[in-house]
Design a protein around this ligand. Structure first.
Ligand code: 4GS
Length: 250
């Protein structure tokens, strides 16, 4: 899975490409992140990429032309290398809410181009003509699309087979089963006045699986009842799960 990223701050992506799991995936060529500086495609000597909004109001708007030219260069690079360009995605609060489900869907693309906005907004004509879909990382506003793009790529890259060590399979992650994660413990066995739950020390594998599942269900029921309803609708809750949930309601 290869990413092309249009941005005014390409240096920021070192945070993704040079550290931890995502850094290793880049090193191993399991993925590639190619950044394109939108400012390099500005037409004037001042390297302008934004202008005042028609109709007035505060904040600047990113001009369509530099974005268009930059995207065209990305397209040419794909053509030159004989690869099929995938869709163009804009990170914006107007997009579809990002989720583990979306991350697994995106993993199916060979290539994805991400547009990172800055300033107040992007000229709508560029969005209408060139953007295939918009994704939001949450109902809040950040100062640029770079962190949202990195969050999206991080969530996708760690799903690429071989990106995680064998022992921490992505399938074990919280949310792959539609529920919140259960609590985890490591050494020492007693910390302060608190001991690790007995069941985790007993070595009874089936009991441990059941305990973790119940803790997941309990926490999800308390904090995110919306996820319980979704998991039920998606057929992710067994009769045993439902029986346990009944004990929580009373
Ligand atoms: C988000 C978000 C965002 C919108 C970028 C205003 C600068 C900003 N992008 N999910 N212009 N939430 N973008 O806040 O994706």
């Amino acid at each position: 899975m290869d990413f092309d990223v249009l941005t005014l701050f390409p240096e920021m992506f070192a945070a993704l490409t040079q550290y931890g799991v995502t850094g290793r995936a880049c090193e191993q060529r399991l993925t590639s992140v190619t950044t394109w500086n939108i400012r390099d495609f500005s037409e004037d000597s001042r390297k302008t990429v934004d202008d005042r909004a028609y109709g007035g109001g505060p904040g600047m708007v990113m001009m369509a032309k530099p974005l268009d030219s930059c995207l065209e260069a990305v397209g040419r690079s794909h053509l030159n290398r004989g690869i099929n360009p995938g869709p163009v995605c804009l990170l914006s609060p107007q997009g579809e809410p990002f989720s583990q489900k979306l991350a697994t869907d995106i993993l199916n693309y060979r290539q994805l181009t991400l547009i990172c906005g800055r300033y107040e907004a992007i000229d709508q004509r560029f969005i209408d003509d060139k953007v295939d879909f918009e994704i939001s990382i949450g109902d809040f506003v950040v100062s640029g699309g770079e962190l949202p793009a990195m969050i999206l790529m991080d969530a996708v890259i760690r799903l690429i087979p071989g990106a995680l060590g064998d022992e921490d399979s992505a399938l074990q992650d919280s949310f792959m089963n539609g529920l919140l994660d259960h609590p985890h413990y490591t050494r020492p066995e007693v910390y302060g006045n608190k001991s690790v739950p007995d069941v985790l020390l007993g070595g009874h594998h089936a009991k441990i699986i059941d305990w973790r599942r119940q803790k997941s269900l309990e926490l999800t029921f308390k904090r995110r009842p919306d996820l319980i309803i979704k998991a039920r609708a998606n057929g992710l809750l067994s009769p045993k799960d439902e029986a346990f949930l009944k004990t929580l309601k009373s």
